[in-house]
Design a protein around this ligand. Sequence first.
Ligand SMILES: [Ca+2]
Ligand SMILES: [Ca+2]
Length: 343
Amino acid sequence: MKGAFPRKRQGSILLLVLVLIVVVSFALTMFIEKAQVEIKGEGYYVKRAELRKEAWSMMEVAVAVLADVKAIDTALYSPSQGWGDPLEYANVSPREGLDVRFEFIDESGKVNINTLDRDSLILLFDELGFDLEISSRLSDVLLDWIDGDDETRIEGAESREYSSLELDVRPANQELKSLDELRYLFGFQELFFDESGAPLPVFRQLEQAVSIYEVTSLNVNAASSLALRAIADLDEFDKQAIDEFLKGFDGQLGTSDDNYFATADDVAAVLVDIPEGAPLGFQISVLTIKVTVSEGGYQFTLIGTLSVDTEAPALEQSGGNLSYPFLFLDLREQPGSNNARPL
Ligand SMILES: [Ca+2]
Ligand SMILES: [Ca+2]
């Protein structure tokens, strides 16, 4: 016997050491992986903060450009006035590597869904391709959601009907605050959203035709054919005449010779037979600006809706001298789950 331990004992110590090495390396690997995930997470927040700042600055650029154009032309009619590309207009270049995209949505070219009566709603859903049975059901459900009472229309739904659902949903009994709210209404979810809750193409079509903002006269420069039909009583022929005028001589939209209606005479010249009392205008009253900045596989979106006719009240700190050119009706960052995500 030479060693202090018998051979068998030495074998089990060796095994113990090996096991320890395996455990330690496993723990180390786990630690490194976790640290990597945390570093990635940290990077995400840093990037989001950075892109948020850029998006807000770009929103300021867009608003400044709109204010400038409005000061010169006295009103906003259409991006063809030159504000469609705010960076070019203002001669501002984003810092290197940053991609900036602007999207303008003229809410005054749409119908306020909250004020449509049953017949107009049925027409709207019919235009979106639903049959009469579905269209009239959707209309009743929507009207019950908006009306202040708790009496169920023939095909509608009030809190009694919603109480049979697993989800804790009740009619708002007030106007829609956002079109996204529609996902909670009976029947709308299946028809306008997919199983994961993402909007279907028909929801996008709806968004182009209606809005939740109060618009007193429809801007002919941006009016959807549905809006023209539903509230101005115009037909497809009139819409074609309008489109031809907007396209300019080359017959294409988005080129430098695009026209826009800037006076009542312009409208009268193109639409010879305007139905009496049709609420037709040629100016933008409510405009949504969507700014998306992206860099290095991350993007961030900021959305603002402003009333073009209304100046914001003067700031008290400026002694009443400094006022914002427009009144923001809504300003929101795209919900966190969709914002600043790696693309
Ligand atoms: Ca109701
Ligand atoms: Ca009701």
